[in-house]
Design a protein around this ligand. Sequence first.
Ligand SMILES: [Zn+2]
Ligand SMILES: [Zn+2]
Length: 140
Amino acid sequence: MEWTGGCLCGAVRYRATVDPIRAVNCHCWMCRRASGAAFLTHVHFPIGAFTWIQGEPMRYRSSAEAERGFCDRCGSTLTMHEAVLDDRVQVALGSLDRPENVRPDDHVWTKSQLPWLRIDDDLPRFPRSSSAVPSRAVEE
Ligand SMILES: [Zn+2]
Ligand SMILES: [Zn+2]
């Protein structure tokens, strides 16, 4: 399956030629701050099957272990690049053209989930990082 997406203004566009390895709903405060949303869903594609077809995100180093990509024209949240997961590109779910086709795997950093947010799915929930992937995310 082919997946495409990009930013709000269209200056940055990408394509992935395989299905996502993983998708995770992150409730950490940094994802909240970076996206401006209640939580941020990261969709992981293998780096070898992922191409920028127009433009490329500007990157901001948000911690010693990670960079976050955004469109330098419209500001859309686009990517997350973690040193410990350098085999993949993580795109923000909302940047996909067909986000409805993604099946998230779990919720992470639920200890920081907003108290008014009610989620009725049956996905695994992790107070901090998920056991599914290595992580060097730090608590602050
Ligand atoms: Zn843009
Ligand atoms: Zn996060």
